[in-house]
Design a protein around this ligand. Structure first.
Ligand SMILES: Nc1ncnc2c1ncn2[C@@H]1O[C@H](COP(=O)(O)OP(=O)(O)OP(=O)(O)O)[C@@H](O)[C@H]1O
Ligand SMILES: [Mg+2]
Length: 367
């Protein structure tokens, strides 16, 4: 709102309109007035005000109705209700319907100026919040584009060239040189994996995930996820045990992304476990909700950190101790599970272990 703030006043009493105009004269405002609700609504569409003052008691269309229509037209327009003393209850009603404030008649110039100033401030904040949100979205999209174009493709090309070079040189290099080249290749692969995860975080499109929803049975998906994590568990000598209760109803989901979410969470349980311990994956159903719990006996998470672990890119103390930790797994999982209308929660005790709980509603046509 670099220019004058636009204010529309709708009141059937000419004297009120005149006095409002007079009070606001000289302020940085562009003021329009209407004496009737229906005409007022037309003016809202054309004039696009930042703030509208509406008299609640007018002949014809009621002030409350005008309010509702303004909010459905543009919920960021700030509305202030003008009311007689006798109608304070309806002013409260109006505020429940989204009016920002109300001013009883008769009001003093100072009272009116103050309420208008606060209303305009409110509108400014709302527009700023919307602009920031848009900017954040754009940053996210631009970042994804930068990561994929500027990093992924050249790295892919480096890897391709390395392959060729290694084949050409194989006869002429010694063992230690070969080992060095192999290590470079592993590092490049790690980087490509990391970039892939970044892109995944930035591009999990909830609506797209929902498009592929079909009724799914949970137990086979748990089996698939455990298969993916198994090599890591074997290396660490961690045993993964499943405990699945009575038959579970199907849920609506996207198989590939749901398994990905499980792999991340079971993978964490293994990664943050002590060698020789157990990870238990259990599932049971109650009142139309499937509860999946992944419990480990690992390093645990402190009370301070626990509320943060599902946040974007959050890497905790336990993660910092491990090289292969980027704070991406739970971000991806949370997004995917949210698309499944599931909620995630965590309980943990340092040095004792962690339990991640997924509450997943069953298919709507079941139960
Ligand atoms: N089962 C667990 N036990 C202990 N700490 C955990 C556990 N699961 C998650 N955390 C903590 O939460 C943080 C975020 O987890 P997240 O899976 O998002 O990232 P990460 O494991 O660090 O890296 P990656 O991107 O490879 O998954 C971790 O850094 C770790 O500190
Ligand atoms: Mg992880």
């Amino acid at each position: 709102m670099e220019n004058k703030a636009k204010i529309l006043i709708i009141d059937d009493e000419e004297v009120v309109l005149d006095s409002c105009m007079l009070i606001l004269e000289g302020g940085n405002y562009d003021v329009a007035t209407e004496m009737d609700g229906t005409v007022g609504l037309k003016t809202v569409a054309e004039f696009q005000p930042d703030l509208v003052c509406v008299d609640l008691k007018m002949p014809g269309i009621s002030g409350l109705e005008v309010l509702e229509k303004i909010h459905s037209l543009d919920p960021t327009i700030v509305t202030i209700v003008i009311t007689g003393y006798a109608t304070v209850t309806s002013a409260v009603e109006a505020m429940k319907k989204g009016a920002y404030d109300f001013i009883p008649k008769p009001f003093t110039p100072d009272e009116f100026r103050l309420i208008i100033r606060r209303g305009i401030e409110r509108r400014k904040l709302m527009l700023e919040t919307i602009a920031l949100r848009r900017e954040k979205e754009m940053l996210r999209e631009n970042f994804a584009a930068i990561v994929s174009h500027e990093l992924k493709s050249p790295l892919g090309a480096v890897k391709q060239n390395m392959f060729v070079l290694m084949a050409e040189l194989s006869a002429n290099i010694n063992e230690s040189q070969k080992n060095r080249l192999d290590r470079m290749m592993v590092r490049i692969d790690d980087l490509l994996k990391l970039i892939h995860s970044w892109l995944r975080v930035l591009s999990v499109d909830i609506e797209k995930v929902k498009e592929n929803f079909t009724p799914l049975s949970l137990p086979p998906l748990i089996v698939k996820a455990i298969e993916c994590v198994d090599p890591q568990a074997t290396r660490k000598n961690v045993e993964i045990v499943t405990q699945i209760g009575a038959p579970l109803n199907p849920f609506d989901g996207d198989e590939v992304s749901f398994v990905e979410a499980l792999v991340n969470i079971i993978g964490n349980a293994v990664k943050y476990s002590y060698a020789g311990s157990q990870v238990i994956v259990s599932a049971s159903e109650k009142d139309g909700v499937i509860e999946i719990a992944i419990s480990d006996q690992g390093v645990g998470i402190s009370k301070e950190e626990l509320p943060l672990i599902f946040g974007d890119f959050y890497r905790g103390q336990s993660g910092e101790r491990i090289e292969d930790s980027h704070g991406l797994g739970l971000t991806i999982s949370r997004r995917i599970l949210e698309a499944h209308n599931a909620t995630l929660s965590a309980e943990s005790e340092p040095e004792k272990g962690t339990r991640i709980i997924i509450s997943l509603p069953i298919s709507s046509n079941q139960g």
